[in-house]
Design a protein around this ligand. Sequence first.
Ligand SMILES: [Zn+2]
Length: 276
Amino acid sequence: MKVFYTPKMVADSESFSPSASKPTLVVESWLAHGFTIDISEPSPVTLEQLYRAHKPNYVDGVLTCRIANGFYNHSKAVAKSLIYTSGAMLDAAKSAILTGDVACAPVSGFHHACWNQSGGYCTFNGLMVTALSLLDDGLAKKVGILDCDQHYGNGTDDIIDELGIRDLVHHHTVGKRSIMPADFFIKLPELVWSFADCEILLYQAGADPQINDPLGGWLTTEQLRLRDQVVFETAKDMGLPVAWNLAGGYQRDKQGTIRPVLDIHDNTMRVCLFGH
Ligand SMILES: [Zn+2]
């Protein structure tokens, strides 16, 4: 399976969130498991592609470190990584459409990024940068975004509303309202089927809904595995290509490593490759 990864998408965010440094650790973990992944170098997104999802002045300010990034600092390393995180998501989506299958961008930090501001460890909204680029290039007439992170994807909604494109982007963010696990699993296949009129599904397989996550807390690791299984299985039944990414996850073990988060992302890849 295609995985769009480059060390250029990785940065030290100088922050509580491990998101910006997570891609390398996740890919290393997948390789250590012997998962058959085909790693490709993503292309960086262009300024014009970023300007479609964000106010140009905001884009320029972040890239020149004049405006704080989503980690609330002015790190040059983070600024340099941002064109590759969105680029990986876009390339994964293009690959999924081309093959009619699944592709992965092991990246985070998208859904709180609004039209003209960052938020919650998110600087540019790679989901919307990707959706708009696919629509502009005629690769999709409608794009689906299924956001299963713990938190409300307010930035995605903000950009959709700013541009008035709710007919072109079907966005469902699980974090917008609370739901009991039993109800979530009853409704999940129907939720995935609601994207039947889209050419591509961008799936945020967030790890922070895990019950022990310091910023999350309503599903077990096994339930998260089941979530991913239902999403991938249902999309396959529908013939709906999927490009997925990592999103949030903030647990650490006693040694201070993010192994509990890596376990969740390992499960997502395992389910994606083997179906269980
Ligand atoms: Zn989150």
